[in-house]
Design a protein around this ligand. Structure first.
Ligand code: FMN
Ligand code: SF4
Length: 505
């Protein structure tokens, strides 16, 4: 009998290690031959620790499982969730990037291969660099890290850029609020990222890759470091990738966790051992990136989606989605929700369906007041905008952004003035300090919101003016996009900013 117990950080935080130890002890006490596999998570966080038993009858889930449940688990008297892939939250998904996460032993490369792994790379090895880049362009894949820039065009630029050495950087900094998909891949299916980076290397002619992660992700970093060692041993990376006579070396680098180090030029400074300050563009990293060499900087999800594109074909991938938002997006549902977790689906599902049906509405049972999509720089969407389909252009048209696709839900007890203040304060704290609108504007923004809270009738117009200056005058999106959450809060929830507020209190 094989028993799966997730090693995912969320599952561990909810007691998975203790449950695994209790299962081991109980199996030993009963003299049973049990293999415990520490898998990644299926992404249904409200069921964690979600344990699965695999025997002749298939795989059955139990969760959330406690140490006290373990004897009943072995007695066969514990209520089962049945096949976890039939749980509606899971069954409604289209899992391409996350196809193996939670299913396999993340550090077993044979298991990885048995479930479709390496097929994409084997195909890419037979292709020219131009054909690899063309395949990515055909897939329509757009960067999953925030801006939605077409990945194939970025790769094409690096392919044609002149440079003796080129680099692939995986941006695994994942600093957005409510996001955890990058971490889930590193913990649950690390070889898919390695495979994607190797294909990127073959596509643009880069022989060296870096994964830039953060110190707040100790479990992900430990699993990924081990995966690199195994990949090297098994010839997936190194001097002779899968016997192709092509080289690709890979290193994991860990930053200290500054939000701005997720910005690609700041990230490269950090990788070079410098302070994480944003560089002015141009030159684009595609021409002069890490150590001044042509560099692909892609989000982890963009790179982890590459193997599926090469395994199944670009057209298969491009068939999913809506308009220019092709393929699937791993949406991360968090905040005040009944069913939080990772939901990968084709672009196009309306926001309201995600919040009310998939996430089951609020955990508190109170009405939803606002949803912030796209991290700390994303707009707050009121329920009136719930018809908006999940797509880059569709969100843009509603004054919002998809970003890294983190959804954070709030019920009607939230004070939107405080949320606007938080956005400004976040920007003030995380600013790299290079440009004035962001460095000083965010501090003045906090003060101006406090003036609104104290009933100053001139302050709302001043705040709008300040936001306009930050939007137009900031060097990067940290200062430039902070107006999104601030102004969306002010526009959609004017009652929370009403001057009468203070007087009535
Ligand atoms: C302040 C700031 C923080 C960012 N943080 C991240 C991040 O954590 N992860 C990420 O992939 N991209 C982040 N980005 C976007 C990157 O600069 C870059 O566009 C992205 O990594 C490119 O990859 P993609 O094309 O695959 O999306 C951030 C941008 C800004 C302005
Ligand atoms: S907007 Fe802020 S974070 Fe970005 S470069 Fe300017 S000071 Fe730095």
């Amino acid at each position: 009998m094989r028993i799966y117990v997730p090693l995912d950080a969320a599952a561990k935080a909810l007691g998975a290690d203790d449950v695994a130890a209790a299962i081991r002890a109980e199996a030993d006490a009963r003299g049973l031959d049990v293999e415990i596999v520490r898998n990644g998570t299926r992404g249904m966080v409200w069921l964690e620790p979600l344990v699965e038993i695999e025997d002749a009858d298939g795989r059955r889930g139990y969760g959330p499982l406690t140490v006290d449940d373990v004897p009943a688990l072995f007695d066969g008297t514990l209520e089962t969730l049945g096949d976890v892939e039939k749980i509606p939250f899971f069954a409604r998904q289209t899992r391409l990037t996350f196809a193996r996460c939670g299913l396999i032993d993340p550090l077993n490369i044979d298991d990885y291969e048995a479930h479709g792994g390496l097929a994409g790379l084997r195909r890419a090895i037979q292709m020219t660099s131009e054909n690899i880049v063309e395949e990515v362009k055909t897939s329509g894949l757009r960067g999953r890290g925030g801006a939605g820039f077409p990945t194939g065009i970025k790769w094409e630029t690096v392919l044609h850029a002149k440079g003796a050495q080129k680099y692939i950087i995986c941006n695994a900094d994942e600093g957005d609020s409510g996001t955890f998909a990058d971490r889930m891949i590193m913990e649950g299916d690390p070889f898919v990222l390695i495979e994607g980076m190797v294909i990127a290397g073959l596509g643009v002619g880069a022989t060296k890759g870096y994964v830039y992660s953060r110190s707040e992700y100790p479990d992900a970093n430990a699993v990924f470091a081990e995966a690199i060692g195994i990949a090297l041993e098994r010839g997936l990376i190194g001097p002779d990738v899968l016997g192709s006579d092509r080289r690709f070396d890979l290193e994991l680098r860990i930053g200290a966790g500054a939000y701005v180090c997720g910005e690609e030029t700041s990230l490269m400074n950090s990788l070079e051992g410098k302070r994480g300050v944003v560089r002015a563009k141009p030159p684009l990293p595609a021409y002069r990136g890490l150590f001044n060499r042509p560099t692909v900087v892609n989000n982890l999800l963009s790179l982890a989606t590459i193997p599926a594109i090469f395994e199944k074909g670009a057209e298969h991938y491009a068939d999913f989605g809506l308009g220019r938002s092709k393929g699937t997006m791993p949406i991360q549902i968090a905040g005040n929700v009944k069913y939080g977790g990772l939901f990968e689906t084709a672009f196009g599902m309306p926001l309201g369906e995600l919040v009310n049906e998939i996430a089951g509405g609020t955990a508190s049972g109170r009405p939803v007041k606002a949803v912030q999509v796209g991290g700390p720089l994303g707009a707050y969407m009121p329920p009136e905008k719930f018809d908006t389909p999940f797509g880059y252009e569709e969100f843009d048209g509603q004054g919002g952004l998809i970003g890294h696709a983190g959804i954070v839900v709030f019920d009607d007890t939230v004070d939107m003035l405080q949320m606007a203040r938080f956005a400004m304060e976040f920007c003030a704290i995380e600013s790299c300090g290079k440009c004035t609108p962001c460095r000083i504007g965010a501090v003045r923004g906090v003060e101006t919101i406090d003036r609104i809270a104290h009933g100053d009738p001139d302050a709302p117009a001043l705040l709008a003016d300040l936001c306009e200056t930050m939007r137009g005058g900031s060097l990067c999106a940290l200062g430039g996009f902070t107006p999104f959450p601030v102004m969306s809060a002010l526009t959609h929830f004017p009652d929370d900013f009403a001057p009468a507020r203070e007087a009535a209190e």
